[in-house]
Design a protein around this ligand. Structure first.
Ligand code: PMP
Length: 409
């Protein structure tokens, strides 16, 4: 089934009840999918059904509901494993989200392997979540954070990456897709290059997992992280994928229930993977919602989603580029369905506020990427980020709304 078929697109949109509403008497046009995606009724219903029929804490009891809850939770782990093609469910850790997963690795990897004089390599286009945890490790350990720069199109400069990579580098952490520029980074090439020096690589897949097929074995990444709420599941759940051998060697992170084998005041022993990293009552309902969201996407067909989102991006790029006084920020050759722009003589907040009054939800500001804004010498951008439930008509309306705003100024 294809998205160009209007009936099919309408059917998809009907799965997302939130889209069917008016904001300030205008039909809602939701173009803030980079910040969070809306939830299909399949996910909403599954969560409601779970609470109505099954809810009980996992890994705790022998009673019927607890066992059923545990089964749902572990089935969701298996769904994620298959989805990213990990070798084993031991490699799939449920976290609170991308930020939590990066902090987990920064802390445990930092604790074990980073020492004075070492270097951690990230890029200039990282989200604050993939900057600050590493900066904190560097401060604690007297290590240095090194930055791979990007060019004015928003493309990482690979030769600079090659120059920065050295025997001092202990880990590389880069985003697959930039949330502020839309750039798709050549992560396979980055991983291959880093591995030549035996340097492990963490991939921030927060903006790619919902747009591309991800195969961790094919990529050969060492760690990969993402958030459920950006892939049509609930908030407060995320994934850390890590190669079993590496996770096995790292120390535990948070202590508490579920992450232990035995506790004694003299000595505690820790649970095997993946529970070693799941201290306390995890967001098991969120995990279940993630499994349902992945099933939902796979039912629609990832190939069709990818193709349609590319068409949306190309259409929007052409349409918005034609507006005088609009400058695209992030013009990389390889881009995902994210468009950042600024308007001449109009502050991004003013534009965002006016677009909102026209029913159009976009993101404005720095997008948690202050170094990106610094690179371009701008205060922030207006960002439209598309999902497969968006339409060409919505892009037309965004275009017309921008022209109206320019006329108002
Ligand atoms: N990395 C990237 C590239 C992101 O876009 C985001 C969310 N905007 C994050 C990390 C952080 O994700 P979360 O807030 O879900 O932890």
């Amino acid at each position: 089934m294809m998205f160009t078929n209007k009936q099919f697109t309408n059917k998809i949109r009907a799965d997302f009840p939130i889209l069917n509403q008016e904001i300030y008497c205008k039909p809602l046009i939701y173009l803030d999918n980079g910040a969070t995606t809306q939830k299909p009724k399949q996910v909403i219903d599954a969560v409601s059904k779970f609470y109505s029929e099954t809810n009980s804490n996992i890994h705790r009891g022998v009673h019927f509901l607890s066992e059923k809850s545990t089964l749902h939770y572990e089935n969701a782990r298996e769904t994620v494993r298959q989805f990213v093609n990990a070798n084993s469910t031991k490699e799939i850790i449920f976290t609170k989200g991308t930020t939590d997963a990066i902090n987990l690795i920064a802390n445990t990897f930092g604790e074990k392997y980073i020492k004075e004089g070492d270097e951690i390599l990230i890029s200039e286009m990282e989200h604050h979540s993939n900057i600050v945890p590493w900066q904190m490790v560097c401060e604690r350990k007297n290590a240095t954070l090194k930055i791979i720069p990007f060019n004015d199109k928003g493309e990482l400069i690979f030769e600079e990456f090659e120059k920065l990579l050295s025997k001092k580098t202990k880990i590389v952490a880069v985003t697959h897709i930039s949330n502020s520029l839309g750039t798709i980074n050549p992560i396979k090439k980055i991983i291959e290059k880093a591995h030549k020096l035996n340097v492990p690589v963490l991939i921030d897949a927060a903006q790619s997992i919902q747009h591309f097929k991800t195969d961790v074995q094919e990529l050969d990444c060492d760690f990969l992280v993402f958030s459920g709420h950006k892939i049509y599941a609930e908030t407060g759940i995320g994934i850390l994928y890590g190669k079993e051998k590496l996770l096995e060697a790292l120390p535990p992170y948070q202590g508490g229930g579920d992450m232990i084998k035995t506790v004694d005041f003299e000595k505690t022993t820790y649970a095997d993977l993946p529970l070693k990293y799941e201290a306390g009552t995890s967001n098991y309902v969120g995990a279940i919602s993630l499994g349902v969201a992945i099933d939902y996407l796979q039912d629609i067909g990832f190939d069709d989603i990818i193709k349609y989102e590319k068409e949306l991006l190309d259409y929007a790029t052409k349409k918005l580029s034609s507006i005088k006084g609009l400058r695209l920020i992030g013009t990389a050759k390889n881009k995902a369905s994210v468009i950042s722009f600024i308007l001449e003589n109009i502050h991004n907040y003013d534009a965002g506020t006016l677009l909102d009054k026209m029913g159009i939800a976009v993101r404005t500001g720095t997008h948690c990427c202050q170094p990106v804004m610094k690179h371009f010498g701008i205060a922030g951008t207006i960002r439209a980020s598309f999902a497969f439930y968006n339409t060409f008509e919505e892009i037309d309306k965004l275009h017309d709304a921008i022209i109206r705003i320019q006329k108002l100024f």
